[in-house]
Structures are given as C-alpha cells and as structure tokens.
Design a protein around this ligand. Structure first.
Ligand code: EPU
Length: 416
C-alpha cells in the first residue's frame, strides 16, 4: 500500500481531532533514556515514532503502548552502535547523539535520514558537543562521539536550529556546572521537551525564550509529559477546511501556536473562527493573494509553506512565497503545475498566479509536507488523483485516511 486515491470536490464537514506533535514526540522518545521509567502521553501513531521505538528496542529498552500513552523503561538499556539500518529511517535518530552521550559518555551512530529538502547539516550539534568537552570522530558515514567528562559551557548557535538546541540540551543535562545556549530555538516542541526533562529532575530555565540555561544534575528519575498538539497537522487540516469545509472543526489544538499562520489566513479573507482549543472552518468564494516569508518560530513555519501553497492557488491574483529555512522545499510545485497550477520558481521564492482550477492526475510525494500539499490539492481537484510514494506522508500524518474519511472525503489507500 504505497498509493492514495482521492476523488476531489467533496464538502468536508464534521470534526478532525489533532494528534500529538511529531516533532515533539521524536525528541521526547530519545530523551526518555536519560531517566529510568517514563510515561509519554498522546504519542502520535506515525512511522517516525515506530522507527524510534525500533532503535530503543535494539538498545534493550522496554516499551509498552497503552492507548496513546507510551511507557518507556530504560533500566536495562545497553549502548550499541546505531547503524544505517536504524539511523537513516528518520532525521530525529540523531537525537540519540545527545542522549547517549549524556547517559554513556559515548555514542557511535550513522548519518540520519529525513526529508530531502536541503543541505540539513548538523555541524552546530557537533560543535556544541565539542564545547561540552566531547571528541567527535567521523569515518565515512559513521560518527563516534565520546568524552571522559562533560562540562557546562557557553554555546552561541549561529542560527536558532531546532535540532541543535535539542541535541545540545540533551547532552548538557548531566554535564558538570552550567550550560548556556544562546540564540536557541524557541519552538513550542522545545518547550515540551524542557517540561518533560524538568519533570524528571533536570534543571533547565528559559522555556519559550532564546536563551536556555541548563544546570547539570547527577541523575533523572521518572518523568511524565503530554505531547503538545501537532501545530503542522492542525494547520494542514485547517487549510483543507478553508478550501473545502462546511463547518469543519479542527479540534484539540493550541491556537496560540498558529498565530502567524492565522494572520496570513486573515489577510487572505479566509473564513475561520478560532475557539479555545479548536477552529471552525468554512470555504469562501473569494480569497485575496498574499506574500509569505518563512521564519523561525513565532514566524510563519516552513513546515506549512508547502501546504499553504495549495490554498494560494485559489487566491485572485499573484501571491509570493519565500522559503528562508531550506534550499529545496519546492518539490511539490512540479506536480501542482501538472494538475493545472501556474507557479514559477525563482531561487528561494515562488510566485503563484491565481486563481487556477486543478484536475486530478498521478502525482508523487517527494517529502512529507509536499505530500500534504498534494493531498490538499487532490481534495479540491476535479476528478481522481493518485498520489504515489506516500511513505513520506505516513511519517508525519497519523490516521490520515480515517480522519479525512470521517469528514466526508473520498480517499483510500490502494495497492494497484
Ligand atoms: N542547520 C545548519 N547546521 C546545523 C543545524 C541546522 O546549517 O547544525 C540549518 C539547516 O540546514 C536548515 C536550518 O538550519 O537550513 C534549520 O534547521 P533546524 O536545525 O532548525 O531544523 P531541524 O531540526 O533539522 C526541525 C524539524 C523540521 C522543521 C525545522 C524547522 C524535527 C525532527 N524536524 O528540523 O520539521 O522544518 O525544525 O522548524 O523536529 C517536518 O516536520 O516536515 C520538518 C522538516
């Protein structure tokens, strides 16, 4: 089953419940090995989570799912080399660098995987480990990172990288003394991780700010956290609602995490009503064009850039969208144009000439959010769309088919 078939043009009505955040869960699960027995609630059922669970099982960590709560017991954990077989399935496998370095003072791990959307180097992570006193050796795809002792340090990131902030924070939890991370990422997913680590006894200050202070502790014990709602999944379904909804309610969200996104929807004249933890969406007949530039949080999220491109197709006039985080995050454009869109790419900026109508076609998912953009296109297109290579989509959208079928979409997994 690696294809999705959609018959477009259906009105979406009812409720979609948002799952726990992928990008929170994928840092919380590796972080769990810094403690002994941990409970993580509202874990999304996505393949990235399964890939991390495989790594934990390989390291002899006990795991149990009860509903959507994941119980992780790493009392009998062993440190083993994480080879390409495990590391390349997802980006977040590299959070085992910081976590294993903290726990065992040594990690041997191959290059991570993840979406091919740009260079995605992790030099800031490695420089951070070195500042804490670790040695980093690279042989081909294999990294060995080790230390006799980790000592707190002042680390100023050249860019507020989410991954580097997480990895350095994990490595610093047991380091002697104080670590200060300046120009840290302040995405809500990082706040969720801090909440968890502090619940197990870590001392991390500066949640939701760009300066984190980690005072090393000797041990963590226990720890419980609820994964925050996935703001990108929420944004994706809100887009489905403003394109095709009739009182489509997107539930269990944190509206404060979507402010920049809502600002752009308002500017376009989209119809949506923000409630305490949900948004009610409706299709409108006229939308205005806008100019969007992606930025780190609280700016417009790069992860919603490809999904919102599909909405821009309906605006009456030319919209522009500048991608500032990744070099190669326009792989959805080729397929949208094949479906009838008129989008030009100029370096880091696209111009969307709207409005255009879409026709169903056979299209291919190149990366996770490109897949989301194509699902949105397929839901609005005339006729049948077949989306291939959906493994990318399944990495980040749990129960996608069920959630959309429940609200009236005609969407199936197919074998042909
Ligand atoms: N960068 C470097 N060196 C580094 C680290 C980052 O040059 O050492 C550059 C990257 O190449 C990129 C930019 O900095 O151009 C931003 O990278 P960042 O480290 O912030 O991103 P990430 O940690 O790799 C996470 C999410 C992404 C999301 C970005 C930005 C996870 C597992 N991934 O990636 O999510 O786009 O933050 O918000 O948390 C997705 O969910 O579709 C996704 C790609």
């Amino acid at each position: 089953m690696d294809k999705i078939k959609v018959i477009g043009g259906q009105v979406l009505n009812g409720k979609i419940y948002i799952s726990g955040s992928k990008n929170s869960a994928v840092s919380l699960i590796p972080a769990a090995i810094l403690s002994d027995k941990v409970v993580i609630e509202k874990v999304p059922r996505i393949s990235d989570v399964n890939s991390l669970m495989e790594i934990l099982q390989y390291l002899n960590v006990d795991l149990k799912f009860d509903g959507d709560s994941l119980y992780i017991d790493s009392t009998n954990m062993v440190n083993k080399d994480i080879t390409t077989e495990y590391s390349t399935k997802l980006r977040a496998s590299y959070y085992f660098m910081g976590a294993l370095l903290a726990r065992f003072k040594k990690v041997v791990i191959s290059l991570p995987g993840g979406c091919s959307i740009g260079k995605r180097s992790f030099d800031f992570h490695l420089n951070g480990f070195e500042k804490l006193g670790a040695t980093v050796r690279q042989e081909g795809q294999l990294y060995t990172i080790y230390a006799d002792k980790l000592t707190g340090a002042n680390i100023k990131l050249p860019f507020p990288s989410v991954g580097a902030t997480v990895n350095i924070m994990l490595a610093a939890v047991f380091a002697e003394g104080k670590t200060v991370i300046e120009n840290a990422a302040s995405e809500p997913e990082i706040g969720n991780l801090i909440e968890f680590l502090n619940s197990a006894g870590a001392k991390i200050q500066g949640k939701d700010t760009t300066k984190l202070t980690i005072t090393g502790v000797c041990k963590l014990s226990g720890g419980m956290v609820r994964v925050i709602p996935d703001r990108i999944e929420a944004g994706t379904y809100i887009l489905a609602g403003v394109m095709n909804g009739k009182n489509l309610e997107i539930c269990d969200i944190r509206p404060e995490h979507l402010k920049s996104f809502f600002d752009k929807l308002n500017e376009m004249g989209a119809s949506f009503e923000v409630r305490e933890d949900s948004v009610i969406t409706n299709k409108v007949s006229h939308l205005k064009p806008v100019n969007i530039e992606t930025a780190v949080y609280p700016g417009f999220a790069t992860d919603l850039q490809q999904p919102i491109t599909t909405l821009l197709l309906m605006a009456e006039g030319d919209s522009t969208l500048k991608e500032t985080i990744y070099e190669n995050r326009f792989q959805n454009i080729k397929y949208l144009n094949e479906m009838g869109a008129n989008i030009e790419i100029n370096g880091d900026t696209i111009t969307v000439h709207g409005p255009t109508k879409l026709n169903g076609k056979v299209v291919k998912t190149s990366d996770l959010r490109a897949g989301a953009a194509l699902i949105l296109a397929a839901l609005s297109a005339n006729g049948e769309t077949i989306i291939t290579d959906i493994k990318h989509l399944l990495r980040g959208y749990g129960d996608l088919i069920q959630k959309l079928t429940n609200v009236g979409a005609k969407i199936w997994l197919i074998d042909e």
